[in-house]
Design a protein around this ligand. Structure first.
Ligand SMILES: Cc1cc2nc3c(=O)[nH]c(=O)nc-3n(C[C@H](O)[C@H](O)[C@H](O)COP(=O)(O)OP(=O)(O)OC[C@H]3O[C@@H](n4cnc5c(N)ncnc54)[C@H](O)[C@@H]3O)c2cc1C
Length: 297
């Protein structure tokens, strides 16, 4: 690890101000929020910018509130602020719980949900989770209109997102959950970042699974919905899940498209994906109708 090279920090208070700086400073400048990824890269000598633009003073990028039938989370909200937010804990408990599992307290206190998604590290908890709760993002330049897109369209590949030149991720939103829906997130972790992530949304109708949305991530280059596995799970009886998973597990592993890396071989990851998916479906079933603990953290 090296020392950080000197840089000038700019602290605009509006998206317009950020755009003006980016336009005038060009390739010499980069935005950051918590800096947990950017300054780590800089310390390893992989990124060097003479100008860094701090987004934390931009009011438009903050806040957690219901808006237009969805929960809107400002891009610079930290994992910790989401994890602790009373409305999130009451009405989106699986989101609070997923955030509580990110990294460690230091990372959660500094790191933001927007920074996590923009960095597009394949080993991301939010990127997997948000696929099951109709996650959308909003982006804009200071001189442009907001653009909304589905999360699946935002993360294009490893360390690559769909932002256009000078555009900021301004907010993330998730859909309201039906009162009889169960949502859960699980991960398998060997080092600091998750090796496998899986999330599930479902309901139960007449003893069978319905509205199943199963997402898998971290095993391959980007999180994805396991649509073929969802097809098998929808309409399956709860008592029949062991049998259904003999086929659904390998289909979920196909969707994860595991790659061999320091976390293991493709074969090993395929096995773990199937196991974690089974667990997350069980947890989502148990989550239906559960009372949520909203005592202050
Ligand atoms: C030790 C450790 C453990 C971790 N464990 C986990 C884990 O278990 N699960 C998990 O999901 N993640 C984990 N992470 C990743 C962590 O969640 C991210 O580092 C953090 O959320 C990034 O947010 P940030 O605000 O610090 O990003 P920054 O470093 O500020 O920014 C990251 C990148 O995004 C860009 N950017 C930031 N905000 C915006 C914006 N609003 N618009 C446009 N571009 C933007 C920046 O230019 C930069 O390129 C871990 C990280 C560390 C260091």
């Amino acid at each position: 690890m090296t020392r950080l090279a000197a840089f000038e920090r700019h602290c605009p208070d509006s998206v317009e101000g950020v755009t003006e700086l980016l336009d005038s400073l060009g390739d010499e400048a980069i935005v950051y929020a918590g800096g947990t990824e950017l300054f780590l890269l800089s310390k390893f000598g992989f990124a060097e910018y003479p100008h860094v633009i701090d987004l934390k003073g931009v009011e438009e990028l903050r806040g957690i509130e219901r808006s237009g039938g969805r929960l809107r989370i400002g891009a610079t909200e930290t994992h910790r602020s989401i994890e602790r937010h009373p409305e999130v804990r009451r009405d989106w408990p699986a989101l609070a719980s997923m955030e509580r599992g990110v990294g460690n307290l230091r990372v959660r206190t500094m790191g933001t949900i927007g920074g996590n998604l923009c960095f597009a590290d394949p080993h991301s908890d939010p990127a997997t989770f948000l696929l099951t709760v109709d996650g959308e993002i909003e982006a804009r330049r200071g001189d442009g209109d907001p653009r909304r897109m589905k999360l699946e369209d935002f993360i294009v590949g490893p360390y690559e997102n769909a932002l256009e030149d000078g555009e900021l991720l301004t907010s993330i939103s998730v859909g309201e959950l039906a009162p009889d829906a169960g949502v859960a997130h699980q991960k398998f972790i060997l080092t600091e970042r998750p090796a496998i992530t899986a999330a599930c949304h479902l309901r139960i109708e007449d003893g069978s699974l319905a509205d199943v949305r199963l997402a898998v991530g971290s095993a391959g280059v980007r999180a994805a919905r396991a649509e073929a596995a969802e097809g098998l799970l929808n309409g399956s009886g709860i008592s029949d899940l062991d049998r259904v998973f003999e086929e659904a597990g390998p289909l979920a592993a196909d969707a994860a498209e595991p790659v061999e890396d320091a976390n293991g071989s493709v074969e090993y990851k395929r096995h773990v994906v199937a196991v974690v998916c089974r667990r997350v479906v069980d947890e989502a079933i148990s989550a239906i109708g559960q009372e949520n603990d909203i005592r202050p953290l």
